[in-house]
Design a protein. Structure first.
Length: 174
């Protein structure tokens, strides 16, 4: 048998997690009651307490990006124009209302074009960032002067106080 003091450090996080889960469920239930009594279907309506996830695929709950990703895969099945409901997700709870069902359709050229352009720009930006970072690193190593190399490349160099191995940088975080 172990004493309470010996197992307290093991029990405490479990109890905190359970209390947090109960609090989250209570908030979700309160929000569900509010959703059932107020009209959240009006854009910008009084008391609108959530966000419009837009369209999503039948096999999940989220659009796969943006706010939809937070409820992705929660297995919600609801009928069109059914009352608000609640579902547990990997990040907590989701209160939702299915307003309409739209049959699957092929996206328009403009919809696809916009997505492809955005993906291309993001990929290109990452490649350019990696190239510039490598160039800065190479110059700093060859000249043994990071400040000078950063200035030549038009980059801004900032420094911070010493940071412990498990500490945080003021701008970057951990």
């Amino acid at each position: 048998m172990k004493t309470l003091e010996e197992v307290k450090s093991q029990i405490e996080p479990v109890v905190k997690q359970q209390k947090a889960q109960q609090a989250a469920q209570k908030q979700a239930e309160d929000l569900l009651q509010q959703a059932k009594t107020q009209d959240w279907t009006r854009p910008g309506g009084e008391g609108r307490g959530g966000c419009d996830l837009g369209l999503f695929q039948p096999q999940g709950c989220g659009a796969g990006s943006g706010s939809g990703a937070a409820v992705d895969g929660c297995g919600v099945h609801a009928a069109e124009k059914s009352p608000a409901d609640m579902a547990a997700t990997s990040q907590g709870f989701a209160v939702f209302q299915l307003l309409a069902v739209q049959p699957p359709s092929t996206p328009t050229f403009e919809e696809i074009r916009t997505k492809v352009e955005e993906q291309f720009k993001n990929e290109r930006a990452n490649i350019l960032l990696a190239q510039k970072t490598q160039e800065l690193s190479d110059r700093a190593k060859s000249e043994h002067d990071l400040k000078k190399a950063a200035k030549e490349l038009g980059a801004t160099m900032k420094s911070s106080d010493f940071v412990a191995p498990d500490g945080r940088f003021p701008i970057l975080g951990r």
